[in-house]
Design a protein around this ligand. Structure first.
Ligand code: NDP
Length: 291
């Protein structure tokens, strides 16, 4: 079994990005600049946004964090997005999800300029991705592709089973793994909460991508020998064994499955760090005007 080490791979990618930023500056260009909007003070969202802002600093990007209280109106939020869309100094804009229920997430996603949509969630960019045209790929799926490629995981003709059909992970992943390119050329089965015989389907997977948000859901009896597992899930659970009192669990019971896999991403240290690295990569692409 080989670990797909997202922490190390993400760190390598960030080093490469830092070198590119230094080259940009040396040639007289400005620093790439990512803006993030955070609404409310949800613990997990705060952690994710802070990690993104810190990552920007480490590679030499400028970053701006715009914070709103939970009771911000949709109009105020849309007006801030418009301001950032029109600010030529800013290359990428992300709005941390989820948003409070009185705000229409789709309206917000669609308000972000597709040229600054470094999360790759705008319908225009999802359309381009679907047609295999150059665009910002959604960061988590892009991170998974990068891991498969860097570890030379064979994908051609393989059966890829995806658990979870969210717009940000499962759905785009199913499109990308079916594409006529590497990594891709898989036969894809996209599963969800209404799928019958999930266990039997998972057992036929050569590549199993799990993104449903239920800690340790996939166990050894659900997989076949030699499968490559990508565990996207992150669930924070209480623990008396860590200093913080919390630990992170994936959607896959790592200890139970590890001896049956050919490859597996750990949690933490797998897909999570790759997501941030891909967000930075998209921001760099935007800054270089190459989309
Ligand atoms: P969503 O909650 O948006 O979607 C969950 C999906 O799982 C839905 O399609 C749902 O089906 C499906 N599902 C739920 N229960 C079952 C079940 N029992 N059997 C089969 N399918 C089921 O989740 P996200 O995609 O946003 O996130 C999934 C996990 O990945 C979370 O833990 C999240 O924290 C993590 N995540 C990690 C990232 C990273 O960078 N590592 C980035 C993004 C997410 P249905 O559509 O029928 O409701």
């Amino acid at each position: 079994m080989q670990i797909l080490d997202g922490k190390k791979t993400a760190s390598d990618i960030k080093e490469d990005i830092a070198v590119e930023v230094a080259n940009l500056l040396a040639s007289g260009s400005k620093k790439p600049h990512l803006a993030a909007i955070l609404v409310g003070s949800d613990g997990a969202s705060e952690t994710y946004v802070n990690a993104k802002v810190k990552a920007c600093e480490r590679v030499g990007f400028d970053s701006t964090l715009v914070r709103f209280e939970t009771d911000v109106t949709e109009e105020e939020l849309l007006s801030e997005i418009e301001k950032i869309n029109n600010n030529s100094d800013i290359d990428g804009l992300i709005v941390q999800l989820p948003l409070p229920s009185h705000i229409n997430e789709m309206k917000v996603t669609e308000a972000i300029s597709p040229k600054k949509d470094v999360d790759g969630f705008h319908p225009e960019n999802i359309g381009r991705m679907t047609l295999n045209s150059p665009t910002f790929l959604p960061a988590t799926p892009a991170g998974i592709l990068e891991l498969l490629e860097r570890y030379k995981v064979e994908t051609v003709g393989k059966h890829c089973v995806i658990v979870g059909r969210s717009n940000i992970v499962g759905l785009p992943m199913s499109i990308l793994m079916a594409q006529k390119s590497y990594p891709g050329n898989c036969t894809v089965t996209l599963t969800h909460s209404k799928t019958h015989n999930l266990k039997e389907i998972c057992k036929t997977a050569d590549i199993l991508i799990v993104a449903l948000g239920k800690a340790e859901f996939v166990t050894a009896d659900m997989i076949k020998e030699g499968v490559c597992i990508i565990d996207v899930g992150i669930t924070r659970v209480k623990s008396d064994k860590t200093k913080s009192g919390w630990k992170l669990l994936g959607d896959v019971a790592f200890e139970s499955v590890k001896d049956k896999c050919s490859f597996i991403t750990p949690v933490p240290g797998g897909v999570g760090p790759m997501t941030i690295a891909m967000l930075l990569k998209n921001t760099l692409i935007s800054a270089k005007g190459k989309t």
